[in-house]
Structures are given as C-alpha cells and as structure tokens.
Ligand binder design. Structure first.
Ligand code: SF4
Length: 327
C-alpha cells in the first residue's frame, strides 16, 4: 500500500493540504484500507455504507504517498506540532499484515508514540503490536451494552468485551477503547460501562454519535448536548476516582451528582471534562462537530465562558456563573 490516507487536518499539519481550520490535530490520524468487512450502522467505512469512501466520521481523508507521510509526521513530531500518531486499519482479510508493515515503517521513521487500532483476534496480537513499537493499542467497543452492540454493530459483544478486558489485564495502562454516546443506551448504562472500563485501567475515547450521509443510521439523531455533557461530567468524575454510586439516576438518566456543588464546579473549572478524551494529545478536531456548530468534544482548552456554558448545558448543575467567577 503506497498511499496512506490522512485526516484532512493531519495532511494540513504536515504541509500536504491547504485548509482553513480554527484548530488543527495534535495527533496524526492515519487510516489504511477502505470498505471494512463489518456492518456498523453508523460508519462510513462499513461494507453496506454508501458514503464516500474517503470519509470516516465527519472527516475526509486524502491519500498521500507513505514516504511523504512518514517524513512529514517525523518532522512535525520533532517540531512539537504533532505529539502522537494514531494508526487505524479497516478490517479486511489482509489487515494484520497492513498493520504490522505500517507500524514498522512509522516506528522506524521517528520516535513518535503510536496508538494502533486494528482488528485483533487475540491478546498475543496486541502484545505483538507493543513489541513491534506501538505505545498503545485501541480496541474499539463503540457500543456500551451487548444489546446496542447487536443492533448497531451486528456482531458478537461477548468476544469483543472479553478481548478488551484480557488485553487490559495483560498490558496494564496500554489499552484504549472508543465508546459512542447516543446509540440507544441509557445514561445509566453508559456510566456503568465507563466505570467498568476505568476499573480495568482502560482509557476511554468518548464520541458523540454523528449521522453520516450514506450510512444506515444517516437519519438517526445525535445525542442532545445535555445528555452528552452529563456523560462527560460522569466520565471526568470516574477518572478522578469517584465511584458511580455518587451519581443518582432517574428513568435511566443522570439526575444528580452527589458532590457538593461548589466542589463539583471546582472539579470542572479547568474544562478538561469537555475536551476530547482518549489517548494523551488526541484532540480529533471536527470528528463529531461542524465548524461553528455544537462542540461535543472541544479539541482545545476552553475559555471560562465556555466552561460555564458547558456545565450549564448538563441541565442539572445550577449557579455555575457565580461560582466560576471565583476562579
Ligand atoms: S483515543 Fe485518539 S489516538 Fe487513541 S485510538 Fe482513539 S482516535 Fe486514536
């Protein structure tokens, strides 16, 4: 494979594409292969999708000669504009060979930390990726529950979940997963899944479901911003060491965070809860957002006004502006 696909923002950072963007990626996103063997209802790369082949989520992926990609990423890593590479390989019959070859080339071209997301069948394959130079391995769960997994991914939850947990135990602190909010799970189910992942030492990259034209779920609605903010706050509190028992639910939705309001606002004041989550330095600009539209995940630090707005959007924390004026 001589051409590698880069997210448009990544291509811009390494000087291979001109585009206007408020925020550029701090991770280099590389996608190899197209038209996956899977049938995820939300994904532009799914085998049933009629979306453009150069789309993943909302992002376009121009193809660039791999030698230029590795040189550009190496230079951008050395000058500090890019801090990580994320290698995502679409599931095909040859995806393992593709993954290993690309990882080797990327790893020998620079010292950049690499996260690999590819179809894996065994813990030994995850270990082999680490041995071959990956810093982290991502096993994307996408769906928070077995029921949602069956509906949306048409696959076997049990084997994916057990592989994720076994990898997390075999490679402590080196495993990431992706979970998508708004695929039909309740907020309570999402919080439960996040808590279990965090207990297992699994890093979570949270996504908001984003309808993409040409996919089976093109006409489904994304989560409301209040729903997403409650999940982001819950995720942040769980990462800070709080147990899920401090969260009250009503009809499956988060009804209250049982942390004194002043303390809660102090915990949220730096805005990190609302920034893109996942591997360190992964900011995924505009994966889920239209420029100028709703910011599910902020790809940069928030201003104080944006923090106050984000907290207020969760609809269950009051008095935000007065409290934040103290910070
Ligand atoms: S969290 Fe970011 S860097 Fe890590 S696997 Fe996901 S997209 Fe890639």
């Amino acid at each position: 494979m001589n051409l590698w696909k880069l997210s448009a923002g990544t291509a811009c950072v390494i000087g291979k594409k001109k585009m206007k963007a408020d925020v550029l990626p701090t991770t280099a996103y590389i996608m190899l292969g197209e038209k996956c063997q899977n049938n995820c209802q939300f994904c532009a790369q799914s085998q049933d999708s009629e979306a453009r082949a150069n789309l993943l989520s909302r992002v376009t992926w121009p193809a660039i000669p791999k030698g230029e990609v590795t040189l550009g990423i190496g230079d951008s890593y050395r000058d500090g504009t890019i801090k990580r590479a994320c290698l995502q390989v679409v599931q095909r019959g040859d995806s393992w060979e593709t993954t290993v070859n690309a990882l080797e080339l990327l790893h020998t071209s620079s010292e950049i930390p690499i996260c690999v997301s590819s179809h894996l069948g065994t813990v030994d394959q995850a270990k082999e990726l680490i041995t071959r130079g990956a810093q982290r391995v991502c096993i994307a769960l996408d769906a928070a529950t077995p029921e949602v997994y069956k509906t949306v991914k048409r696959g076997q939850w049990a084997s994916k979940w057990s592989l994720l947990v076994e990898c997390a135990q075999a490679l402590p602190g080196l495993i990431t997963t992706h979970i998508i909010v708004g695929l039909g799970e309740s907020e309570q189910e999402m919080v439960g899944r996040m808590a279990t992942c965090i207990d297992q030492g699994i890093t979570i990259g949270l996504f908001a479901f984003t309808p993409v034209r040409g996919t089976a779920w093109a006409n489904h609605l994304p989560p409301t911003i209040s729903h997403y903010r409650r999940i982001q706050i819950a995720h942040h509190l769980l990462k800070k060491g709080y147990q899920q028992s401090i969260i009250d639910f009503h009809n499956g939705n988060v009804a209250r965070f049982n942390v004194p309001e002043e303390k809660l606002i102090r915990l949220l004041a730096d805005g990190q809860a609302f920034e893109t989550s996942g591997c360190e330095a992964c900011n995924r600009p505009y994966y889920n957002e239209r420029p100028g539209g709703l910011m599910y995940n902020y790809p940069r630090h928030l201003t104080t006004v944006e923090v106050a707005k984000a907290i207020q959007e969760c609809e269950i924390v009051k008095g935000v502006y007065d409290e934040l004026a103290n910070y």
